[in-house]
Design a protein around this ligand. Sequence first.
Ligand code: 5GP
Ligand code: ZN
Length: 118
Amino acid sequence: MDCLFCKIIDGEIPSTKVYEDEYVYGFKDIEPIAPVHYLLVPKTHISGANEITAENSEVIAKIFEAAAKIAKKEGFENGFRIINNCGDDAGQTVKHLHFHLLAGVKMGWGKESLGKCE
Ligand code: 5GP
Ligand code: ZN
């Protein structure tokens, strides 16, 4: 399958790994919008949050477990944010389910701050 993140998981395209277990691969976003900007992806191909079903949803729990582990290990004591963009309106550019893990900065919230990180 011609999928960028499947290729990154397979090591066909290089990435800076920050986390890996049986279900989840974590790597640095190539264009960070915060001091810490990681992507957490399921190792199995799911095209987006709209394709989560009773059969494949276990990996979502694994991704959030991974995020909490990373946050403890790397000391995000002031907090972090997890974002999923699903579909064109939300700006999903890679059609392999991924969660952005952002930390290391005080982030804005609300209508004006959508898509920005201050
Ligand atoms: P989306 O816009 O789909 O929510 O997020 C896709 C993310 O993937 C973007 O933040 C973008 O910077 C990141 N990205 C795109 N191509 C690559 C790549 O080849 N390597 C890495 N590490 N990140 C990528
Ligand atoms: Zn994929």
